[in-house]
Design a protein around this ligand. Structure first.
Ligand code: NZQ
Ligand code: ZN
Length: 382
C-alpha cells in the first residue's frame, strides 16, 4: 500500500430528517448566509425550509439562485458580488455538485486577492500557473443529489464558457465546516439525475480501482464495496424514488467514494479529464460522460492490464453487462448516441491535451495515456 497524508475536517450530519438541524448548525458558522442554489424550482421546497430554519436560528440569509450545471466562472463572479453586497459571513450550497462547487468558489472568491477568479483553476496540467485560494468564508453544504461528493471534499469543478474549458480548483479552504446529508432531499430527483449521480459515484472509485496501486487489500474492498452498494440500490431508487433505504445507501456511498477514504495514496482521474472535455465541447452532462468513458476505458485497457478488469468482472459483473446496466438505468453509453462522430475525435483529443496532458505529454494514468491511445479509446467509445 502507498504512503499517504490524509485530512478531512468536515463535520457530517447524516440521516433522514437531519435538515432540521440546519439553523442550529448554521448559527455556529455566522449570522449572514449566502444561499447558493438553482433557480428553476427543482429544490424550491428545500430552500423554503432552509430559509425558515435560518430565520428561527437568528441567521439572516440572501439567496443566489443562478447556478447552472458545470458552473461557469462568470456566474461565480456574479455570486461573489452578491455575497459582498450582502456582507455574507458564510455560504451555504444547496443542490448537486454544481451548486456545492459554486458555493465553494464563491466562498473563496469573496476573499481572493489574485484578480480574475479563473486564476484559481488548474487549467493546465503541463504548465501550472494556478493560484489556488488560501482563504474562504466558512461553508455549509446541503446536497440534494448524491453523486459528486463535493459535500466532503476540497474540490470545486468549474467551467469557462468563453474558453470552452472545464477544470478544478483544489484547496484546503474549500472543505465545508459542516455538511448536512438528508436522504429525504433526494426523493424529488428525476430518474435521469438519479442514474447519472449513481454512475458518477461509481466512476470515482472505479478510476482508482483500475488505475491505482495494484496491491491494497482494504482499499480495493472499499472501492468494490461502494460500487456494489450503488449497483444494488440504484435500480431500487429508480423503481421507487421514495425508497428510504435505497436513497440512504446511495447518498452515503456517493460521499464515501470521493472523500478520500477510497483513494489515499492514489489520485487518478483520467476518465474524468476526458469527460470534462465531452461536457465543455459537446454539452454531455457529467454522469453521461462517465457512462460513456467507463465501458470504453475498461474494454481498451483490459487487453493491456487485465488484472483489475478481470477482478471487476468476477466481483461486479462482466464489462458488457455493466454497459447494459448503465443503459437500463437510462443513460447513454456511447458517443454516437450523443451525436459525436469520429470526425469530432481530434477536437476532443486537443481539448484533453490543452488542459490535462502533463509536462511529459501524456494523460496521467497507470499506464499513462498517449495521444494515440486516447484516439483509440475514443473510437472504442463511439
Ligand atoms: O436544472 P434543475 O431542474 O434545477 O435540476 C437540478 C440540477 O440542474 C437537478 N437537481 C438537483 N437536486 C435535485 C434536482 N432535481 C430534483 N430534486 C433534487 N433534489 O439536478 C440537476 C443537475 O445538478 P448538478 O448539480 O449539475 O449535478 P451533479 O451533482 O451531477 O453535479 C455535477 C457537477 O459536479 C462536478 C461535475 O463536473 C459537474 O460540474 N463534479 C464535482 C466534483 C467535486 N466537487 O468533487 C467531482 C465530480 O467528479 C464532478 O466533476
Ligand atoms: Zn465525477
Amino acid at each position: 500500500m502507498n504512503s499517504f497524508t490524509y485530512q478531512n475536517p468536515v463535520k457530517v450530519i447524516f440521516g433522514a430528517g437531519t435538515l432540521a438541524q440546519t439553523g442550529v448548525e448554521a448559527a455556529k458558522l455566522g449570522s449572514r448566509a449566502l444561499i447558493v442554489s438553482y433557480g428553476d424550482g427543482s429544490v424550491t421546497e428545500t430552500l423554503v425550509k432552509i430559509i425558515g430554519l435560518l430565520a428561527e436560528a437568528g441567521v439572516a440569509s440572501q439567496e443566489f439562485l443562478e447556478v447552472t450545471p458545470n458552473p461557469p466562472i462568470e456566474m461565480i463572479t456574479r455570486g461573489v458580488e452578491v455575497a459582498k453586497a450582502f456582507a455574507a459571513d458564510f455560504v451555504i450550497g444547496v443542490g448537486g455538485g454544481s451548486a456545492m462547487d459554486a458555493a465553494k468558489a464563491i466562498a473563496a472568491g469573496v476573499l481572493y486577492p489574485y484578480g480574475d477568479l479563473w486564476n484559481m483553476v488548474y487549467a493546465s496540467h503541463s504548465n501550472i500557473t494556478a493560484k489556488p485560494p488560501e482563504k474562504a468564508l466558512p461553508l455549509m453544504q446541503i446536497p440534494t443529489l448524491p453523486a459528486t461528493g463535493s459535500e466532503m471534499n476540497m474540490c470545486s469543478v468549474v467551467s469557462s464558457t468563453m474558453r470552452k474549458q472545464k477544470s478544478y480548483i483544489w484547496a484546503d479552504c474549500l472543505f465545508a465546516k459542516t455538511a448536512i446529508l438528508d436522504p429525504e432531499l433526494t426523493y424529488t430527483l428525476p430518474p435521469f439525475q438519479t442514474a447519472c449521480g449513481g454512475i458518477d459515484a461509481i466512476s470515482h472509485v472505479l478510476e482508482i480501482f483500475v488505475n491505482g496501486q495494484p496491491k491494497s487489500d482494504l482499499l480495493h474492498e472499499f472501492q468494490l464495496g461502494v460500487i456494489k452498494t450503488i449497483v444494488k440500490n440504484l435500480p431500487i431508487a429508480l423503481a421507487n424514488p421514495t425508497d428510504a433505504d435505497a436513497r440512504t445507501e446511495l447518498m452515503w456511498a456517493a460521499t464515501c467514494g470521493i472523500n478520500g477514504w477510497a483513494s489515499p495514496g492514489d489520485a487518478w482521474t483520467p476518465m474524468h479529464q476526458v469527460g470534462h472535455v465531452l461536457t465543455s465541447r459537446h454539452g454531455i452532462n457529467h454522469g453521461t460522460s462517465l457512462a460513456i468513458m467507463m465501458p470504453a476505458w475498461m474494454n481498451y485497457f483490459k487487453r493491456i492490464k487485465p488484472a483489475p478488469y478481470e477482478r471487476f468482472e468476477r466481483e461486479i459483473m462482466p464489462i458488457a453487462d455493466f454497459k447494459a446496466f448503465i443503459a437500463q438505468c437510462g443513460v447513454a453509453t456511447t458517443l454516437s448516441e450523443k451525436g459525436v462522430t469520429e470526425s469530432d475525435i481530434p477536437g476532443i483529443v486537443e481539448g484533453v491535451k490543452t488542459v490535462s496532458f502533463n509536462a511529459e505529454g501524456v494523460l496521467a494514468s497507470n499506464p499513462p495515456v498517449t495521444e494515440q491511445m486516447l484516439v483509440e479509446i475514443l473510437k472504442e467509445a463511439l
